[in-house]
Ligand binder design. Structure first.
Ligand code: TYC
Length: 104
């Protein structure tokens, strides 16, 4: 039985609490490489992640020094859309910039 033997009322309760749950969140991370220009990474952080110029530069430098850095935390659909935007911009410019998501 697909409802695990629960009564009708219990199934309703289960459905309601399921719908009340807040959506899972995902970190979007930028990875360092040796070829993407610093200027391009800052532009991506400003345009795709709406970071102000100073913060965009700080994040870029953090990724450059540490290898990885946080761009933001989003629901799955928004994280996927932002990653696709980064990949498409990077591909257009011929940069190997990598952007990934990680469940919080
Ligand atoms: N390391 C790159 C350089 O020296 C700059 C860079 C920073 C690349 C952050 C990717 O996610 C990145 N040009």
């Amino acid at each position: 039985m697909s409802d695990g033997g629960l009564k009708f009322d219990e199934r309703i309760e289960e459905k309601i609490s399921e719908e009340l749950k807040s959506p899972s969140l995902y970190k979007v991370l930028l990875l360092n490489d040796d070829y993407t220009t610093m200027e391009f990474v800052v532009r991506v952080l400003e345009t795709v992640f709406q970071k102000p110029p100073t913060e965009a530069t700080q994040i870029m430098l953090h990724v450059h020094k540490k290898g990885v850095g946080l761009c933001g935390v989003f629901t799955r659909d928004i994280a996927e859309t932002k990653i696709e935007a980064v990949r498409s911009l990077a591909r257009e410019q011929g940069f190997p910039l990598k952007c990934v998501m990680e469940k919080e």
